[in-house]
Design a binder for this molecule. Structure first.
Ligand code: HEC
Ligand code: HEC
Ligand code: HEC
Ligand code: HEC
Length: 375
């Protein structure tokens, strides 16, 4: 009965009938062991049922909004729409409503809009409306992540909620400082390395005490961001070996490449748009890291597939085989639109998995069609 806690063991000894009752309550103390590497190499991840249940309970996943209704016929009525110009009016409005709770938290359009003129990018006093300008870039970024980085985000994908979780400022924002130097890996440094591959000192050999310190700081932050230990991604007998590592390490590497793109091409360039209060001590824009999406979970929101209900954010030609119902599709398939929208909007059960196995193979990632607006 080694799986029982000491309290449970005492109960079992005290009275069998009582123990039979209390066993149910002790069930949560059980652990699951999932093998992530070769047999005999002690590469197991242990999951505590009680812990996991408590963590899942903390995650709030908004119910998907009802499917978009019929859109009025005729051309799109918008005056200043630069990204979401490939979706129907109904789907557009639905996405706006979702963004109001995902990001602003309040359901309030005024967080991003000049209510007197929804098309305007400036306030009534003529000052730029930075929240709207940032949000437009965020729409492009979200499409880029879902469309171009399916090797990382798979069919789970991301929405604004993945990072924002109902508030304007996501977790894990970072700025330049000596304390965050190791996070430059997610910006412009390549190849976190400790073990040198060369004997002679050359320009290629960057192995140093400083580099080692950064690598370990980076690795600890990755572990914390995902709520896992080092063996989730490494065989600890040889940290450097890719061959002996679980597949999660390769997924993580695609995550690094994705973050570099996100930080370099989307977040940092927003610097001139933000008000001074949002910038760091050195005047740089807020940047993201693993925890910004993962928030302590091995998969963001424990794998809930929120984005499949919001085609405006897909950035790919289909999601789980359901085609993107854009405006550019041939007229004779237009009637199929209502059917598949209805199917799309059936409430999503949060997909909760305790193991890293059975990740859908998306090697041949589908890349969006011509009408998918991309930066
Ligand atoms: C998180 C920021 C954000 C929130 C909240 C938000 N919007 Fe928007 N809205 C935008 C952005 C960004 C655009 C421009 C999209 C583009 O360029 O593709 C836009 C464009 C629009 C437009 C098109 C205007 C035009 O003619 O150019 C309408 C209408 C609109 N929003 C309505 C709403 C409504 C109604 C709400 C509240 C339910 C809302 N929005 C909440 C960011 C937001
Ligand atoms: C990969 C994570 C990520 C995703 C996905 C994401 N954002 Fe952001 N967002 C950020 C970061 C990082 C910031 C910078 C925070 C700040 O403003 O200090 C930010 C800032 C913003 C701001 C400015 C908030 C403020 O008050 O300064 C708005 C508005 C915004 N995002 C809207 C959106 C919308 C709309 C979506 C979905 C289309 C979205 N975001 C998706 C990471 C993300
Ligand atoms: C989420 C997956 C993940 C976790 C968790 C993780 N690592 Fe890593 N680790 C990687 C990836 C990916 C690289 C390669 C990074 C690169 O090439 O830029 C790496 C590289 C390394 C290296 C450099 C190896 C070399 O070639 O010199 C060391 C050392 C290392 N990790 C140690 C650790 C330690 C110690 C922990 C636990 C504190 C840890 N890692 C946790 C994914 C992970
Ligand atoms: C833009 C959001 C986002 C960012 C940033 C991000 N991830 Fe992920 N990550 C995801 C999503 C979504 C999944 C779920 C994919 C799936 O369903 O298998 C995921 C899955 C993973 C997995 C696979 C987990 C498993 O059990 O199969 C690993 C490992 C991982 N991420 C590591 C990282 C690391 C390390 C970083 C930072 C370098 C990072 N991620 C940054 C969104 C993100």
């Amino acid at each position: 009965m080694s799986f029982l806690t000491p309290t449970c063991r005492r109960l079992v000894a005290a009275a069998i009938p009582l123990a039979m009752l209390s066993l149910g309550a002790c069930g949560d103390a059980q652990t699951d062991s999932v093998q992530v590497g070769y047999r005999g190499t002690a590469m197991e991840q242990n999951y505590d049922h009680g812990d996991l249940k408590a963590k899942f309970a903390q995650v709030k996943i908004p119910t998907p909004l009802p499917p978009a209704g019929e859109s009025p016929p005729g051309p799109l009525p918008w005056q200043n729409v630069q990204v979401l110009n490939d979706i129907s009016v109904g789907e557009f409005n639905r996405t706006m409503v979702a963004m109001s709770t995902w990001v602003a938290g309040t359901g309030n359009c005024a967080y991003c809009h000049n209510i007197a003129n929804l098309a305007s990018d400036t306030l009534p006093n003529g000052k730029p409306l930075y929240t709207k300008l940032v949000a437009r870039r965020m729409l492009q970024m979200t499409r880029q992540i879902n469309g171009q980085y399916s090797q990382h985000v798979k069919n789970t994908g991301v929405t604004c909620y993945t990072c924002h979780m109902g508030k304007p400022l996501p977790n894990g924002l970072w700025f330049y400082s000596s304390q965050t130097d190791y996070l430059r890996h997610y910006l412009d440094r390549d190849g976190a390395r400790v073990v040198t591959q060369q004997v002679t000192p050359t320009n290629m050999n960057r192995s140093s005490v400083k580099q080692t310190e950064w690598t370990y700081a980076l690795m600890m932050s990755q572990s914390r961001s995902l709520g896992v230990n080092c063996t989730y991604c490494h065989n600890s007998r040889q940290f450097a070996s890719w061959k002996e590592a679980p597949p999660a390490r390769v997924t993580a590497y695609h995550g690094i490449l994705m973050l570099r793109d996100v930080n370099q091409n989307y977040l940092s360039p927003l610097q001139p748009v933000y008000p001074a209060v949002r910038l760091g001590a050195q005047g740089d824009a807020p940047k993201a890291q693993c925890v910004t999406c993962h928030n302590g979970a091995y998969k963001p929101l424990y794998g809930a597939q929120m984005v499949k209900d919001y085609p405006a954010l897909w950035g790919r030609a289909d999601w789980n085989g359901v085609p993107f119902q854009g405006l550019g599709m041939p007229a004779d398939t237009a009637t199929a639109a209502t059917d598949s929208t209805a199917k799309l909007a059936t409430p999503a059960l949060p997909l909760v998995k305790a193991s890293s196995s059975a990740a859908p193979a998306t090697g041949a990632a589908s890349v969006g069609t011509g009408n998918m607006n991309r930066p």
